[in-house]
Design a protein around this ligand. Structure first.
Ligand SMILES: *[C@@H]1O[C@H](CO)[C@@H](O)[C@H](O)[C@H]1NC(C)=O
Ligand SMILES: *[C@@H]1O[C@H](CO)[C@@H](O)[C@H](O)[C@H]1NC(C)=O
Ligand SMILES: *[C@@H]1O[C@H](CO)[C@@H](O)[C@H](O)[C@H]1NC(C)=O
Length: 243
């Protein structure tokens, strides 16, 4: 009887310590996440830190080659050129993407196509964001979420509406924030030039990629640290139970 209990305990502890502590990070969004080079710059910068491979693994179904200057990086991402937040919700696409590639940390830069392609109302975009966060948390109740106030664009006259969306993101994120699954908002708009930082009026060029990297970076580091605390914390608690 006693030995059976000990065996069961030992099995539980082996499972806990063998847990894979690699953090899975999904860069999620549209073309401003897919066909850009801030991901390559981010990956390269992380390699000089405690978040180098294998501490953090980029995940996602996309592996597009963007001809980035820095060619060595993990291309996995969930950026989809031309996609609207509202469509992703209506088609339940994020559900499937996260099923295929579960994540601990996710970044989201979305809304540009909703505004530019289809003139969607800010309130409807925000409503879609709410569903996307719910999907993230269904997939992982402890998902660490970094949401961008999106960059300006250099074509048409959409930046007023982009700024309206960006303004709405703050109270929206505050309302959905939680300890288990925090949402950090980063400002990709302020300081980003709709002329000098874009290569085609929509997508960042090298200076824009550097700016985007520098805005994502501190929030992602925070998110990785929070996610890691939980993964390693769980292992420690199991071991203490044995003693
Ligand atoms: C741990 O997870 C990472 C990221 O998903 C994966 O690349 C790696 O192969 C896994 N390692 C083990 C030992 O299962
Ligand atoms: C959400 O909570 C975290 C702390 O858990 C905080 O750092 C973050 O700024 C909050 N987000 C918002 C949008 O207030
Ligand atoms: C970025 O592109 C703009 C024009 O689209 C150009 O003026 C600027 O020099 C470019 N900067 C870099 C660093 O590529």
């Amino acid at each position: 009887m006693v030995s059976f209990t000990l065996l069961a305990l030992a099995t539980a502890i082996t499972a806990a310590t063998a847990q894979n502590t690699t953090l899975r990070y999904m860069p999620f969004g549209d073309s401003i996440t897919e066909i850009i080079c801030w991901r390559s710059k981010l990956w390269q910068k992380l390699q000089t830190t405690e978040w180098a491979v294998p501490a953090v693994d980029f995940v996602g179904s996309g592996k597009t080659e963007n001809n980035c200057k820095d060619t060595k990086y993990d291309r996995d991402n969930e950026g989809h050129s031309g996609f609207l937040a509202i469509d992703i919700v209506n088609k339940k696409q994020l559900d499937g993407w996260l099923k295929t590639n579960p994540a601990d940390v996710i970044s989201m830069h979305l809304g540009t196509n909703d505004i530019v392609q289809q003139g969607k109302a800010v309130a409807d975009i925000i409503k879609a964001f709410t569903t996307l966060v719910a999907t993230m948390r269904t997939s992982n109740p402890k998902m660490k979420i970094v949401v961008a106030q999106i960059i300006p664009i250099g074509i048409g006259s959409y930046n007023t509406k982009i700024q309206e969306l960006n303004k709405a993101i703050i109270p929206w994120a505050q309302g959905l924030n939680s300890t288990a699954s925090p949402i950090w908002v980063v400002d990709q708009y302020t300081g980003f030039s709709s002329t000098a930082d874009l290569r085609d009026g929509v997508h960042p060029n090298d200076s824009g990629d550097v700016k985007m990297l520098n805005v994502w970076y501190p929030a992602l580091i925070k998110a990785f640290a929070e996610a890691k605390k939980e993964k390693t914390g769980a292992t420690k608690r199991e071991v203490k139970f044995l003693a």
